[in-house]
Design a protein around this ligand. Structure first.
Ligand code: MG
Length: 388
C-alpha cells in the first residue's frame, strides 16, 4: 500500500498531538513531510526524531536560529510567517491545518494549492476568509474536511447529500464550564477557571471561546461557509454530555444525528482515512453512552457572543473579520488578567460598532488576502485601543 504523505501545522497543540497519537497507531500508512510549532522547539525536535519529517518550521522567528542549530544539517528548517508559507509549498496528500487564529491563513492558502485534502481545525480562517478559501479549493481541486467536531459530524451526516434537502442543522454546545452561572458569578470568573473545560480537553483560546460561547458563534459562520447554509438554518443547542456532535433536520422531517465520545481523535481519524472508514484503536461509543442525553434550545439573545456572530455574518463584508480579530485580542487580554470575562463580548461589540461602518464589501465577493489582513489589523489595533 502506498503511504500517504502528511504535513501538520501546529503539531505541538492539542489537535496536533491527537493527530500524532493516530499516526503512531498507523505508522506504516503515513509519511510525515513537515511539522510546525509556534515556540515549543524542544518538543518539535523531539517529534522530529520520532517521525523523521523533511522539514521543520517555528512560527516565532526568535526561535529560528536555535531550531536550525539544534536540528542539524539533514533537515530543512524554516521560521516566521514566511517560513510557514514556504513549508506549505511541500506537496502532500493531507495537510492538518491546526494553527490557531488568522496567522494560519496564508499557509492554509498555500496548502490548498499543494495538497489534495486539508483536515481543517482552524475555524478563525474560515470565519475571516471563507469565500476566498472556498474559491481556492475549487480552483485547485482540494477537498476540505472540517475536523472541528460539530462540522465534521455534519460533514459525515451529509456525505454528499444535496444541501437543498436540509431544512436545518444543529450545532451542539456543551455550554462550557460556566453554564448556569448568573451575571454576578460570571463577572468573577478567572482565566484559570475558564481554561478548564468540563468535557473537552483543548487549547487555551478555544477553551475561553467555549466559555463565552463565542466558539459557537464562530462555528455558525464556519458552517455557513462550509455547507453553504444561511444563518437561520443553523441553530445552536446546549447538550451538556457532548455525545451528540451534530444533528441535521432533512426536508422530509427526518432528524439525522452523529454520536461519538467527546474526543478529537474521531474527527481527525475520519479526515485521515477519508473517503474510506478504517478500523482504529479509538475507544468506541457504547449504547449506554446514549442514556440520559439532554438538549436545550438557546435563543440568540441569551448569549451576546452568538448574537454578535450572527450580526456579523448577516452584515457580511469585513464584519466577521472584525469579530474574529477583536475576539482573539480580547481573549488574550482576559488570559493576561487585563479585562474581565464579561468584558470580552462588550469589547467585541464596541469594535464592531466603531469600525463596522467602514465595511462595504459583500462577504461572498471578498477575495483578496491583503484586504483581509488589513481589516484584521485595523480591528486588532482598535481592540487594543478600547481595552486601553
Ligand atoms: Mg467545535
Amino acid at each position: 500500500m502506498k503511504k500517504k504523505s502528511i504535513s501538520i501545522f501546529g503539531v505541538t497543540g492539542s489537535v496536533g498531538s491527537s493527530t500524532l497519537e493516530l499516526l503512531r497507531q498507523r505508522k506504516n500508512e503515513f509519511d510525515v513531510v513537515a511539522i510546525t510549532c509556534n515556540k515549543n522547539i524542544d518538543l518539535l525536535l523531539e517529534l522530529s526524531r520520532e517521525f523523521s519529517p523533511k522539514a521543520l518550521c517555528v512560527a516565532d522567528e526568535n526561535y529560528y536560529l536555535d531550531l536550525k542549530e539544534k536540528a542539524g544539517k539533514n533537515i530543512e528548517c524554516f521560521g516566521g510567517s514566511e517560513g510557514l508559507k514556504d513549508i506549505a509549498n511541500y506537496r502532500t496528500d493531507i495537510v492538518v491545518a491546526s494553527i490557531v487564529g488568522l496567522a494560519g491563513l496564508e499557509p492554509l492558502l498555500n496548502s490548498i494549492k499543494n495538497s489534495s485534502i486539508i483536515a481543517l481545525a482552524n475555524k478563525e480562517c474560515v470565519v475571516a476568509a471563507g469565500s476566498l478559501i472556498k474559491k481556492q479549493t475549487k480552483i485547485n481541486d482540494c477537498q476540505i474536511i472540517p475536523i472541528d467536531s460539530e462540522h465534521n459530524a455534519i460533514f459525515q451526516i451529509l456525505d454528499g447529500k444535496p444541501i437543498e434537502d436540509v431544512s436545518k442543522i444543529f450545532l451542539t454546545a456543551s455550554g462550557g464550564p460556566f453554564h448556569g452561572l448568573n451575571q454576578d458569578e460570571l463577572g468573577k470568573v478567572t482565566p484559570e477557571q475558564a481554561i478548564k473545560h468540563p468535557v473537552w480537553n483543548m487549547g487555551k483560546k478555544i477553551s475561553v471561546d467555549s466559555a463565552t460561547l463565542m466558539n459557537k458563534g464562530l462555528e455558525i459562520i464556519e458552517a455557513h461557509h462550509l455547507f453553504s447554509l444561511e444563518s437561520k438554518k443553523i441553530q445552536v443547542i446546549i447538550h451538556k454530555q457532548s455525545i451528540i456532535h451534530g444533528l441535521t433536520l432533512m426536508k422530509n422531517g427526518a432528524l439525522l444525528g452523529y454520536f461519538g465520545k467527546p474526543s478529537m481523535l474521531n474527527p481527525i481519524d475520519h479526515a485521515l482515512s477519508w473517503p474510506v472508514c478504517k478500523n482504529n484503536d479509538i475507544d468506541p461509543i457504547s449504547i449506554e453512552d446514549l442514556n440520559n442525553l439532554s438538549v436545550e434550545s438557546v435563543s440568540d439573545e441569551d448569549f451576546k457572543s452568538i448574537y454578535l456572530s450572527r450580526y456579523a455574518l448577516e452584515k457580511g463584508g469585513f464584519y466577521p473579520i472584525f469579530l474574529n480579530a477583536s475576539n482573539e485580542v480580547a481573549v488574550n487580554a482576559f488570559l493576561e488578567n487585563k479585562i474581565k470575562f464579561l468584558d470580552i463580548p462588550d469589547v467585541i461589540e464596541k469594535v464592531i460598532e466603531e469600525i463596522g461602518h467602514s465595511s462595504n464589501k459583500s462577504l461572498e465577493t471578498m477575495g483578496n488576502i491583503e484586504e483581509i489582513v488589513t481589516a484584521d489589523t485595523e480591528a486588532r489595533i482598535k481592540t487594543l485601543e478600547i481595552i486601553g
